[in-house]
Design a protein around this ligand. Structure first.
Ligand code: S3P
Length: 162
């Protein structure tokens, strides 16, 4: 099954874009974060507090198995660290939604994110480590564009390559 897979740093706009893509392409969304919260019956912050980052990454591996067993094509909205332990390329066509560090910082400042995103305090270090991984794993990098342009670029590529 070839899914449309969105990867990228936290607050890069993956979930918003997933919704727009879902409407335009008429495909359902699978959000790894939402699946984990539902299955574990815990918030992400609680999983980090009780089981550490490693425990959360294990949940992401379970989410990846679940995605592999889906019978219908989906838009896969991956949590920012989903790429660390999972072979996302195996899941479908991977789009890296790239936003600048400044942009990410601005978005994370807009509300207190610690409750929602336990790693939001370490963005500076994480950004540069992750950027390399996202770039390596992407089939296509979507960068420096607004939501409408990003949507158009992904749809155009998806129609050619799906
Ligand atoms: C994380 C990103 C979050 C969430 C968790 C860990 C990360 O998802 O999975 O807080 O390691 O970058 P979003 O990218 O949807 O914020």
């Amino acid at each position: 099954m070839k899914h449309l897979v969105l990867i990228g740093f936290m607050a890069s706009g993956k979930s918003t874009l997933a919704k727009l893509l879902s409407t335009s392409l008429n495909l359902p969304i699978f959000s790894s974060d939402e699946w984990i919260v539902k299955q574990s019956q815990m918030s992400i912050a609680k999983i980090f507090a009780l089981c550490g980052e490693g425990g959360f990454r294990d949940w992401e591996m379970r989410a990846c198995e679940e995605i592999s067993s889906l019978k219908e094509r989906h838009i896969i909205d991956c949590g920012g660290g989903f790429v660390l332990k999972n072979d996302v390329q195996r899941l479908g066509r991977v789009y890296y939604l790239k936003a600048s560090l400044e942009e990410i910082k601005q978005r994370l400042l807009q509300q207190d994110q610690r409750e929602i995103r336990p790693l939001a305090n370490s963005i500076e270090n994480l950004y540069f480590q992750r950027e390399e991984i996202y770039t390596l794993k992407a089939c296509k990098i979507i960068e420096e564009c607004n939501q409408t342009q990003a949507l158009r670029a992904i749809i155009e590529d998806w129609k050619k390559n799906s």
